[in-house]
Design a protein around this ligand. Structure first.
Ligand SMILES: [Zn+2]
Length: 300
């Protein structure tokens, strides 16, 4: 979390995420691809992720119900992840520690005085608006109204980002995307893992039972970041307290490699879809249709 670098790129893209590690798991290949192409990539993380489980036994004493030091520790993990992704402009919403990880829905941690879930919407959106004013991104990426999978901080990140876009008026980003996974991709994952001992879909018979998964026609963009699958993999490893080597993510990466790690999908929430490919006209570039030159050629 060094000082934000000077903004010199024509293309500027802002990612709004809830906790450290969400940027990597959800959008890591996209961030790495745009950073490598010379775009100005800004990451705003809304909380420190204080309520995360700790998968490094030697660090278990940092837990929220013990020393309560996990959040501070995760700043360093996020720094390392950003370095792996080539992302130099990273901020915490309102500064590190302003908002606390709210924990899973319905837990008492939702009511902590600094819980992000409880944050005043316009106040938090105003903090994000400050970043939008400074960076002037043409593209903003966040979650859908369900926060992709229902975590209160993800839902709140969505609300704050959408409110900030509304407040931004004429300086609002031209396009806003929500992270997505095509149902088809989930179904092929379920098939591939059906016989596996660490099946991440164990107990789920139907992709429709998951809180995420979009029909192909609702997807607007497929970003091919397979070239950056290794960078994303390194960023995943940087979040060691959260993602142990036994995590299914590593199994998926081992089995499917770049296809799983590198292909990322988005729905378009605000703005006009640019030219695309295939039966549904999927964009392969989140700046598609915008009149902003790429500073360096975007190669997949
Ligand atoms: Zn999260």
């Amino acid at each position: 979390m060094s000082e934000a670098p000077e903004i010199t790129s024509a293309r500027r893209i802002l990612f709004v995420h809830a906790h450290p590690d969400d940027e990597t798991i959800g959008t890591g290949a996209t961030m790495a691809r745009y950073a490598a192409a010379g775009a100005h990539v800004t990451l705003v993380t809304c909380t420190l992720g204080e309520e995360g489980e700790i998968h490094v036994p030697a660090l278990s004493g940092l837990a929220a119900n013990q020393a309560d030091q996990l959040g501070g520790y995760r700043i360093a993990e996020l720094d390392a992840a950003c370095a792996a992704l080539g992302v130099r402009d990273h901020r915490f919403l309102g500064g590190a520690g302003r908002f606390r990880d709210s924990g899973m829905m319905g837990l008492p941690t939702n009511d902590h005085p600094r819980a992000f879930w409880r944050a005043d919407l316009d106040f938090a959106a105003g903090l994000l608006l400050d970043v939008i004013r400074e960076v002037r991104p043409q593209v903003l990426v966040t979650y859908d109204p369900n926060g992709f999978y229902g975590h209160p901080d993800h839902i709140q990140a969505h609300r704050v980002a959408m409110r900030a876009v509304e407040l931004a008026g004429e300086i609002a980003p031209s396009k806003v995307y929500w992270t997505a996974v095509p149902r088809r991709v989930i179904e092929s994952g379920m098939k591939a893992f059906a016989e596996s001992s660490d099946n991440p879909f164990a107990g789920i018979d139907n992709a429709d039972d998951l809180p995420f998964g979009s029909p192909d026609e609702e997807i607007a963009a497929e970003v091919d970041g397979r070239k950056f699958a290794e960078a994303k993999f390194a960023a995943v490893q940087a979040h060691a307290t959260q993602i142990p080597p036994t995590n299914w993510l590593f199994t998926m990466a081992g089995s499917f490699g770049g296809d799983f790690m590198g292909m990322e999908y988005y729905r378009l929430a605000v703005g006009e879809k640019g030219p695309g490919n295939g039966p549904y006209g999927w964009e392969d570039d989140l700046f598609a249709g915008l009149d902003v030159p790429a500073t360096a050629p975007l190669s997949a």
